[in-house]
Ligand binder design. Sequence first.
Ligand code: NDP
Length: 497
Amino acid sequence: MTAAAQTNTTQLLIGNRWSDAAGGATYADANPATGGPLAGVAEATREDVDRAVRAARAAFETGKWASMAASRRAKIVYRMAQLIAERAGELALMEVRDNGKPIATAKGELGAIVDCFEFYAGAATKNYGDTLPAPMPGYVAYTVREPLGVVGAIVPWNFPLLLASWKVAPALAAGCTIVLKPAPSTPLTALALGKIALEAGLPEGVLNIVTGSGADLGQWIVEHPGIDKIAFTGSTATGKRVAAAAAATLKRVTLELGGKSPSIVFDDAEIDAAVAGALYGIFYNAGQTCEARSRLLVHEGIYDRFVGAFKERAQRLRLGNPEDPATQIGAITMPEQMEKIRMYCELGESEGAKRLFGGVPAHLGDGLERGLFWNATAFEALPSHRIAREEIFGPVVSIVRFKDEAEAIALANDCEYGLSATVWSQNVGRVNRVARSLRSGTVAINTPYAVFPGVPFGGFKQSGYGRELGFETMRLYSETKSVLTYIGVKPVDPFGA
Ligand code: NDP
């Protein structure tokens, strides 16, 4: 039997049933724009994780999901896409209240979430193996892609439902079962996804959702002997801990981690388009984006003109109430994140970077007095400054000057991360040359948009490994099995026995 999730106190989803956490503890979830309470959230324990893993394991072992005709599995994943689309408005508002992002941003994400589920619904029937050239005369050999098993999906707070979808949709399409743990500060849309999964007809135990602390529950999910794969998005520091802990049970791991991604503006760029794209690249989602273009590398020949226009247009961005459709920069999701941004802005000043604008919190009225807001900020920095090298995860950009193409490439690559980059230039030879030289998982040319279902997304270097959103992602939720058949007439008898 399936009970409805409560409105003000949330529950855990385990084995298609909603239940309180063992011990009944809850914690308070607040709206970062107002400081007001949103919900009491069930604080799961390790015992709850054990229950969730048992449910996911049982669902996997029965084969009801893994062995279901791929076309039937596809229909359920597609039904989830339809239900998400029907509730997009309600889910977007829920995300805004939990995360603090502008409603326009959240609505855009909902569209991308529907696209993601639709893409993987289509992929479910195309996770082909290969027919192999005969390894010996008289042999037929082929491979099949089998679902990998139970997936532990650990998701951060910056794109709560979007990043959950990037894991849940391909895992379901491949036939895996899941234990999903959203970030403690933004659990609500993941729980709403659980409700949708039940309505779509997902069999018992295929998607389980536990809410609570990452250091405890997340760590236990990563160590748990009943889980086969970890799909993690979060910081590089936590990603390293995840990889180390997962090694003890040789779990498969995909890591989508941090970045310090560059926008590179050449002197032959369309300046207006580059200014608009660079603004969006850093200030979208208040810079709380793994692929934020937080380093702006600008050719010396256009530097003053570009930076002048960038500053002038940044002042016109609308920071404010996330529920106002006109707002472009919303709240910072957590107080800890505000402190991190403050620390980096102070560090920037103390290490000699020149503040061009921002650098301070924004104080709003109209019920947002207790909200967490930070003004769009830019520093002129040297490549050696820590603010130009370390991930800040807020609306703070470091602008660095370069003199030629070789220096731009060297500066862009002089970074421990390698997630994304944008190149602004009208020279077709240059943009392709530079794209090929960048050590980066994604390179966008003359556009700030670079994340779409079907286009693999993930990092080089310490931005992680594995790819999400691509068709190849299906392989990361599958194991390859080789099947060899002897079809000869004479028995295979190497011993002559
Ligand atoms: P973390 O990497 O610490 O957390 C991401 C998720 O992992 C959360 O759900 C978290 O839960 C969980 N987690 C924490 N510790 C463990 C663990 N030992 N094992 C398994 N899961 C764990 O990021 P934060 O949320 O603390 O943000 C810190 C910084 O990380 C940001 O300032 C930003 O630089 C970066 N970041 C990057 C993201 C990206 O998209 N690349 C996304 C989010 C953050 P809990 O919140 O309880 O710790």
